[in-house]
Design a protein around this ligand. Structure first.
Ligand SMILES: [Zn+2]
Length: 287
């Protein structure tokens, strides 16, 4: 860029800067993208077949959690890492496809949702470039979120994905994962027809369930979380796994306070979500 170039040309060239394609993938055979909003394919070697020909009816959203996009793409695409995702959404809104949707990408790891634990076989994994909690956790740019929405809307239409089966990695692996985290704008996605959302109940004083609580109220909470989809055992004891699931629930559905304590706002938000999940609304969301 010469010193005399206009500012607009400068920012344009930054937006269109070359994709950092991992060297090891350069000779690989590419494929036709599944989505019209994909700008590049960077084929990953890390994938397999979906178990028993399972068709994906779920979307799992992640953040990359790495300092830069170069490192993230290299990790998702090269041999030996055993991780991948179908799509990567860059901060500038470009969308890269790494694994064909028909194949099983390796993004969820040990995970569970709605009684299934081979989440990689039943889902499409989308990695959103963001440094994550360990590296300062920046806000998600609106251009990037618009790209995530466009990508998801296409997948929802093509594959008839129900709204309540669009979740975060932390929802399916609450003991291990925080992504995409409490800054991820699930409300904006829902306003654009992506995912299940109700306005969180306001935070007020009142009785809470927390570490050490026991009894029927805890049992009912655990059953309610399990019926929504979370992998949780109904023991009647508010134990560490329960606290982890409440934390994951809050990151997604009540992000104003993420503390693992089931306060009245958390309980009411969960109840409202479950009540809004009638057969009529799930049909409407997928039609
Ligand atoms: Zn993840």
């Amino acid at each position: 860029m010469s010193p005399g170039s206009p500012a607009s040309a400068d920012s344009d060239s930054k937006r269109r800067r070359a994709l950092p394609i991992p060297r090891a993938t350069l000779g690989m055979q590419t494929f036709v993208p599944d989505s019209s909003v994909v700008s590049d394919t960077v084929p990953s070697v890390n994938f397999g077949d979906r178990a028993k020909g399972r068709l994906p009816d779920m979307i799992v959203l992640h953040y990359t959690g790495m300092p830069d996009v170069e490192g993230a793409l290299a990790r998702l695409c090269t041999a030996g890492t055993d991780v991948s995702a179908h799509y990567v959404v860059l901060e500038d809104g470009r969308i890269v496809q790494c694994v064909q949707e028909a194949k099983r990408a390796w993004h969820a790891g040990v995970a569970s949702w709605a009684g299934e634990d081979d989440i990689n076989s039943c889902s499409i994994g989308i990695e959103i470039v963001n440094r994550g909690h360990d590296w300062g956790y920046p806000d998600f740019p609106s251009r990037q979120i618009a790209a995530v929405i466009a990508l998801c809307r296409g997948i929802i239409l093509r594959r008839d994905i129900p709204a309540h089966r669009i979740v975060g990695h932390s929802d399916v692996a609450p003991a291990r994962k925080k992504d995409p985290g409490e800054k991820f704008p699930w409300r904006s996605l829902a306003n654009s027809g992506v995912g299940h959302w109700v306005e969180p109940a306001p935070i007020v004083r009142g009785d809470v369930l927390k570490m050490g609580s026991e009894g029927d109220n805890v049992l009912a909470l655990q059953e309610s979380l399990a019926q929504y989809g979370y992998g949780i055992k109904a023991t009647g004891k508010f134990d560490t796994p329960t606290m982890e699931v409440i934390t994951a629930f809050q990151r997604h559905f009540r992000p104003e306070r993420v503390d693992g304590i089931a306060d009245q706002s958390t309980l009411k938000t969960l109840q409202a979500l479950r009540e809004s999940l009638t057969p009529a609304t799930t049909t409407a969301a997928t039609s």
